[in-house]
Design a protein around this ligand. Structure first.
Ligand code: UTP
Length: 298
């Protein structure tokens, strides 16, 4: 019987330079999308997929992220006293039980692969998920849950994949497909940030992975790759078997927002705002007025 995926690594040790000056004191992962920090979306998605242990790879200056997961008895007491049951429930849903969450330091930002490797001792010899909270995915069935279900059939290693325009492929890890089976593709190669015009396909890897512990062993031996960083893609690619098994891309159903970029974050804010019953009408009216005024000014 295949091991269940119950552990997830959240690499959040990056510098977040694209959001300076905000990220000078606020970790990118707790920046707010509507009314929840980015990381809460990732946690909720992980829970829905059956994750029980949450391992954060952090760095200097991420104290506010750790504090976010603390219980807040004083605040809870106040809300209880004021009869604000809805808010109390919202707050309780963010609580983590003792022992559910662990923090590991990445002492130097040597790349995503290195960040994942830092958590190796907490993973041991089990398959595990990696989630990048920057990638927020709106989906009827949460993305990682879709992947865990697909993984139950295939085993091996699985990466979330989506089609991107050809001129954007150079920003991603890109899959070289062996066989395209629809939602699932088997992979014969992976390239991190291919030079313009050299991408083997337009199927790009985004921030959800289910990996075998072999990938951690590969990371122990890997030298820095694209951009001088230790690349997770390179360690996953080493698991590709000669028969095209071992690594699968999974075309998830849903919309991914790149909240690591300013444009992506703004788009997500509008999309998630419009999806909310309490905000939709006002926001829609405002957007329509804005567009009308812009057209009139042209
Ligand atoms: P990014 O490429 O988005 O880098 O990392 P970044 O530092 O977060 O942001 P910019 O580019 O400077 O604006 C993708 C993910 O990998 C993590 C990041 O925290 C983010 O979740 N990461 C990256 C690490 O944990 N350690 C690293 O050394 C590099």
């Amino acid at each position: 019987m295949r091991n269940k995926v119950t552990k997830a690594i959240f690499p959040v040790a990056g510098l977040g330079t694209r959001f300076l000056p905000a990220t000078k004191s606020v970790p990118k992962e707790i920046m707010t999308l509507v009314d929840r920090p980015l990381v809460q979306y990732a946690i909720d998605e992980a829970r829905a997929a059956g994750i029980k242990e949450f391992i954060f790879v952090t760095s200097r200056g991420k104290g506010a992220l750790e504090d976010y997961f603390d219980h807040s008895p004083q605040l809870e007491q106040e809300l209880r006293k004021k009869g604000k049951d809805d808010l109390l429930e919202t707050l309780k849903n963010t609580n983590m039980d003792s022992g559910e969450i662990a923090y590991i330091r990445q002492h130097k930002a040597l790349g995503l692969g290195h960040a994942v490797w830092c958590a190796r001792r907490l993973i041991g010899n089990e398959p595990f998920a990696v989630m990048l909270p920057d990638d927020v995915i709106a989906a009827e069935k949460p993305c990682l849950q879709q992947m865990v279900e697909a993984y139950a059939e295939t085993g091996g290693n699985m990466v979330a994949a989506m089609e991107v325009p050809a001129d954007k492929a150079q920003n991603y890890g890109v899959l070289d497909m062996a066989e395209d089976m629809g939602a699932m593709v088997s992979v014969k190669g992976m390239v991190e940030k291919p030079a313009a015009g050299t991408a083997p396909s337009n199927l790009a890897v985004i921030g959800r992975y289910i990996l075998s512990p072999n990938v951690l062993r590969n990371l122990s031996k890997i030298k820095s790759g694209a951009g001088g960083e230790i690349q997770l893609t390179d360690a996953i690619a080493q698991e590709i078997g000669s028969d095209g098994s071992g690594v699968y891309g999974y075309r998830f159903r849903g919309q991914r927002f790149d909240c690591g970029s300013k444009a992506g974050f703004l788009q997500a804010t509008v999309a998630f705002g419009l999806a909310r019953d309490d905000l939709r009408d006002d926001l829609e009216t405002y957007l329509q007025e804005l567009m009308t005024a812009r057209k009139a000014a042209e």
